[in-house]
Design a protein around this ligand. Structure first.
Ligand SMILES: Cc1cc2nc3c(=O)[nH]c(=O)nc-3n(C[C@H](O)[C@H](O)[C@H](O)COP(=O)(O)OP(=O)(O)OC[C@H]3O[C@@H](n4cnc5c(N)ncnc54)[C@H](O)[C@@H]3O)c2cc1C
Length: 375
C-alpha cells in the first residue's frame, strides 16, 4: 500500500481527520473540499460539541470513544491549541428514559466513572437547574467539550505539514471505479488514485451514484446566549455539559460559555431538509421551540441571544453510523458518522477509514456500521 494513492472527498470533521491519519502514515493523499473548512455550511460549526462515554446509544461505542479520547488528547499536544477539554457532564431525565437506563447500562459494562444524583442533590449543587421531582441525574466525571472548528483546523494543518495535498473550493462532481483504481472529476479537473474515501457529510447521498442508503438530512438550530443571572456559574471551568431528556427521549442540552456565550440546542427536534435547499437563517419558530424548554428547565438562560446558527445532521434509521467499503467497489470507502452524535469520534473515524483504505479492515468491530445492513 505505501506507494498507492488515496483521495478523500470532504474535509470536515471526519475527512480532515482521515487526511491527517493517512499523511502521518506516509500515504500519498489528496483531500478535496467544495468549501474551505472549517466553515458554517455543513455539520461541524458552532462553539462546542459534547464528548461523553457513558454512552446511552450502547456499550459497543465505548472502545471507539476511549480511542477517540486518546487521540483528542494527542491532537491537543500536537497542535498546541486545544480541541478538547474535560468539563464533566450532568445528564438528567426520567429514571425509565433512554438516557438514564442506557447510560447506567453502558457504565456498568465498561466501568465508566459516573455518580447518581437525586433531584434534591442536583438542586443543592446546581440551583440553576430546575429538575422535576421524580427525575434522576447522572454526573459523568470525564465528559468533555470539543471545539469543532479548532479541531478541523488542527487536523488540516497537521495533515498538510505531514504532506497531504489539500484542495479547497473545488467541488467533486462524480467518480468512477474499476475496483482497483478510481477517477474523480471536480470543477477544476480530474484525479486518479487507488482508493477513494467519501466523507462528504450531508452531501454524501449525492455522491453515491446508484447506491441508495437511507440517509435523511435534518435541519437543526443552535443558540449562544448571555445568562440573565449567575453568569459565573455558566462560565468554562465551572459549568458541566448539561442535558434534560424531554418526553420524546432526545434532550435539551447546553455547554459552558467558552467566550461566545452558553451554547444551547435541542437534539433531533429539527425538520427534514436537503443539503442544497436548507434554509440557513434561524427563525422565530426555532427560537420559540427551544426557549420554551429553557424557561422550564434553566430560566437563568432565558437571556440575550448573542448568536445562532443552522446546522445539519445526516440521520440513518437506527442512528448508527456508516463506516464501510462500498458494497460494489472494494476500493471506495464510505464514512458517515453523524445522526447528531458523530463529532466526538472524529479522530478514531479518521483512523478507521485509513485502516479500511490501507488494510481493508479495522481493529474495531464495524458490523454495526455496515452499509450492507441497508441494502
Ligand atoms: C447542532 C449540532 C450539534 C451537534 N452536537 C454534537 C455533540 O454534542 N457531540 C457529537 O459528537 N456530535 C455532535 N453533532 C454531530 C457532529 O457535529 C457531526 O456528526 C459531524 O460534524 C459530521 O462531520 P462530517 O465530517 O460528516 O461533515 P462535515 O463536517 O459537514 O464535512 C463534510 C464536508 O464535505 C464537503 N463536501 C461536500 N460535498 C462535497 C463535494 N461534492 N466535493 C467536495 N467536498 C464536498 C463539505 O464542504 C464539508 O466540508 C452535532 C451536530 C449538529 C449539527
Amino acid at each position: 500500500m505505501p506507494d498507492e494513492k488515496v483521495i478523500v472527498v470532504g474535509l470536515g470533521a471526519h475527512g480532515s481527520s482521515t487526511v491527517y491519519h493517512l499523511a502521518s502514515r506516509g500515504i500519498d493523499v489528496i483531500g478535496l473540499d467544495r468549501y474551505r473548512p472549517p466553515h458554517s455550511i455543513g455539520s461541524s460549526h458552532g462553539p462546542s460539541r459534547i464528548f461523553r462515554e457513558a454512552y446511552k446509544e450502547g456499550p459497543d461505542y465505548v472502545p471507539l470513544l476511549r480511542r477517540a479520547r486518546e487521540l483528542w488528547n494527542r491532537l491537543n499536544v500536537d497542535f498546541g491549541t486545544p480541541s478538547f477539554t474535560v468539563t464533566g457532564g450532568l445528564f438528567m431525565g426520567q429514571p425509565t428514559g433512554r438516557a438514564m437506563t442506557g447510560m447506567q447500562a453502558t457504565s456498568k459494562v465498561h466501568d465508566v466513572e459516573i455518580e447518581m444524583l437525586t433531584p434534591s442533590e442536583v438542586r443543592k449543587r446546581y440551583p440553576a437547574f430546575h429538575i422535576p421531582d421524580g427525575w434522576q441525574a447522572i454526573y459523568e466525571v470525564n465528559s468533555g467539550a470539543i471545539f469543532p472548528e479548532v479541531a478541523v483546523e488542527a487536523q488540516l494543518t497537521l495533515a498538510e505539514k505531514a504532506g497531504a495535498d489539500l484542495h479547497f473550493d473545488e467541488q467533486v462532481e462524480g467518480w468512477t471505479s474499476t475496483g482497483s483504481s478510481v477517477t474523480v472529476v471536480t470543477t477544476h479537473g480530474e484525479y486518479q488514485a487507488d482508493r477513494l474515501i467519501l466523507t462528504a457529510g450531508v452531501w454524501l447521498p449525492g455522491l453515491l451514484g446508484d447506491l441508495e442508503l437511507p440517509f435523511d438530512i435534518e435541519r437543526v438550530s443552535l443558540w449562544m446566549v448571555k445568562p440573565r443571572a449567575n453568569h459565573d456559574f455558566f462560565r468554562a471551568g465551572n459549568f458541566p455539559n448539561a442535558s434534560f431528556e424531554l418526553d420524546e427521549r432526545y434532550p435539551l442540552y447546553m455547554q459552558a460559555d467558552f467566550g461566545t456565550g452558553v451554547k444551547l440546542a435541542l437534539d433531533h427536534h429539527g425538520t427534514p431538509t436537503t443539503a442544497e435547499t436548507v434554509s440557513r437563517e434561524t427563525t422565530s419558530n426555532d427560537y420559540d421551540k427551544i426557549f420554551k424548554e429553557i424557561r422550564r428547565f434553566v430560566p437563568d438562560l432565558d437571556g440575550e441571544v448573542l448568536g445562532s446558527a443552522v446546522c445539519m445532521y445526516t440521520n440513518t434509521p437506527d442512528l448508527n453510523f456508516v463506516v464501510d467499503r462500498h458494497p460494489e467497489y472494494e476500493n471506495v470507502i464510505i464514512g458517515s458518522a453523524c445522526s447528531g452524535h458523530g463529532f466526538k469520534f472524529a479522530p478514531v473515524m479518521g483512523e478507521m477509514l485509513s485502516d479500511l483504505a490501507i488494510h481493508g479492515s479495522s481493529k474495531f468491530d464495524l458490523d454495526m456500521f455496515s452499509a450492507r445492513r441497508f441494502v
